[in-house]
Design a protein around this ligand. Structure first.
Ligand SMILES: Nc1ncnc2c1ncn2[C@@H]1O[C@H](COP(=O)(O)OP(=O)(O)OP(=O)(O)O)[C@@H](O)[C@H]1O
Ligand SMILES: [Mg+2]
Ligand SMILES: [Zn+2]
Length: 496
């Protein structure tokens, strides 16, 4: 299917067509009407919110042959050439490229040259925060003594990186994120005009995911259109973006609140099996928890990111069951997990263990099994505030409990060890040198297989167990470092 490049086709050509940014639009349009444009502007704001589009409208307005009401006509030769990018006096510079930096260097001489084709030269400098110090200085010199026939429009997504010396010579406009309804309205307008049947829920989902950027929303629509054709439903959006259904998330939280660990692991397994990314699952869960938390605080004022009417009844129910502090803890955990997964891509363990950890957060304070004496000691050291269970501990407790159920002697041997962490499909359990006997017994076939079976029950897939000596330098270096990498600094204690 042909690629429409909707966001290009739908670049606003006059102020009237700009979505949102009312204050900026009104101020600039009036300045044009009254001939009060200044020589330098700084447009800052998030991606895809109209900075370059408005810069181009200004460029047309100052060169247009039939300007009316502060709007360019879009039919005169100047307007047409500017729209096609063929106008010599509108110069776009991408400050992020090497060429851009060279162009800034030559700027001081070039700006002196009078417009060749139109009335004013307009320099649009995009991503201006990317300039080197040297280039900023060159630009500053030019801004200090600007020729009358030149207008500079600097655009940036990171205004805090613009030196004050530059900022103070510009008139600044902050572009804001567009709201969900604003984006939805434009999406529907685009869809109607291109004969795309865009379901309302599908449109809402795209709008919410665009995070205030209209370009992203239009690109997403494009992408879904090119996979799915002219009829777009909510499922198509979920599918193409690899998102999880909100009802899935709601049910997952049900299982977490119900302490149904087997059910959780199964749901995760299904989602991963369908090709969802571990990181996406963590992220979506975090967004769902975020929606729930805001709903508890703000009620119907909430601007939901994932929840729509479909999941609202479940959300309502969960709201009354959940403790706000626990929810906040769980949200942090999921955000951290998503972050971790971004770095070490696709590690299932991180995801699974984070969810087990979440059940712990929502359970009462009692750990799954009584702590061993050794663990009790550690707990006392960290006494004081209520300790939040860490990922390793949760998995370890599940393992110990499972083994204990099956064979008490094995449990006695295992409980002298320590779960260090996981790497791919291997769990590492460490023993101090003095526990050689325990380690060697555990390495025997029966015991090892028992632990592996329990781990398989918990994680719903095959894992291997490797027993190592904690004091072994070699392992300390490699495994423990890995464990820290995967589970976070706080949970790996080797020297006690
Ligand atoms: N406020 C808006 N009104 C209408 N369309 C918009 C608006 N903002 C963005 N768009 C759509 O997104 C596309 C890109 O917008 P534009 O280039 O103006 O964004 P930008 O703010 O310059 O983004 P970036 O910081 O990534 O350069 C436009 O062609 C248009 O389709
Ligand atoms: Mg831009
Ligand atoms: Zn014109």
């Amino acid at each position: 299917m042909a690629y429409l490049a909707l966001y290009r086709a739908w670049r606003p050509q006059r102020f009237k067509e700009v979505v949102g940014q009312e204050k900026t639009v009104t101020a600039l349009r009036n300045a044009i009407k009254e001939g009060r444009l200044t020589h330098a502007y700084l447009f800052s704001g998030p991606r895809g919110t109209g900075k370059t589009s408005i810069a181009k409208i200004i460029a047309k307005a100052v060169n247009c042959e039939n300007i009316g009401e502060g709007e360019p006509c879009n039919v005169c030769s100047s307007c047409i050439d500017i729209n096609n990018g063929n106008f010599m006096d509108v110069i776009e510079i991408d400050a992020a490229s090497n060429r851009g930096i060279d162009e800034i260097r030559d700027l001081r001489e070039k700006v002196r040259v009078l417009p060749a084709q139109g009335k004013k030269k307009v320099y649009i400098i995009d991503e201006v925060h990317m300039l080197t110090t040297e280039a900023f200085n060159a630009l500053l010199k030019t801004l200090e003594e600007p020729p009358d026939s030149v207008i500079f429009i600097l655009a940036t997504t990171e205004s805090q990186k613009i030196p004050d010396t530059i900022r103070s010579r510009c008139q600044s406009y902050n572009f804001r994120r567009l709201t969900g309804p604003e984006i939805l309205e434009r999406l529907q307008q685009v869809a109607t005009s291109d004969n795309i049947e865009l379901d309302k829920e599908a449109g809402q989902l795209i709008a919410r995911r665009a995070n205030g950027g209209l370009r992203d929303a239009l690109s997403t629509l494009d992408q879904i259109y090119s996979y799915k054709g002219k009829t777009i439903k909510k499922e198509d959006v979920l599918d193409v973006l690899g998102l999880v259904d909100e009802l899935f998330l709601a049910r997952l939280l049900e299982k977490i609140l119900g302490q149904d660990t087997a059910g959780i692991i199964e749901m995760l397994s299904t989602a991963l099996g369908e090709g969802k990314e571990a990181q996406q699952l963590a992220r979506e869960t975090a967004l769902y928890l975020r929606d729930l938390l805001l709903y508890m605080v703000m009620g119907d004022e909430t601007e939901f990111l994932v929840v729509t009417a479909a999941a609202k009844p479940l959300l309502e129910e969960q709201k009354s069951k959940i403790d706000r502090n626990q929810l906040l803890q769980a949200l942090r955990l999921m955000m951290d997990t998503a972050d971790k997964l971004r770095i070490s891509e696709g590690n299932r363990f991180i995801l699974e263990v984070a969810f087990l950890q979440m059940t712990q957060i929502f359970s009462s304070e009692t750990p799954v099994v009584q702590p061993t004496r050794q663990e009790a000691r550690t707990t006392r050291v960290q006494a004081g505030s209520k300790r939040k269970p860490d990922a390793r501990e949760v998995l370890w407790n599940h393992l110990l409990a499972g083994v204990k159920e099956k064979k008490i002697p094995t449990h006695a041997l295992l409980s002298q060890g320590k779960l260090l962490g996981a790497r791919d499909d291997v769990l590492y359990i460490g023993y101090k040198k003095g526990y050689r006997f325990h380690k060697e017994r555990m390495e025997e076939k029966d015991n090892r297989e028992l632990v592996e079976a329990v781990a398989r029950d918990i994680l719903k897939r095959n894992v291997e167990i490797e027993f190592v000596f904690l004091d072994d330098e070699q392992y300390n270096d490699i495994i423990v470092k890995k464990a820290i990498e995967y589970f976070g600094e706080d949970i790996v204690e080797i020297k006690d």
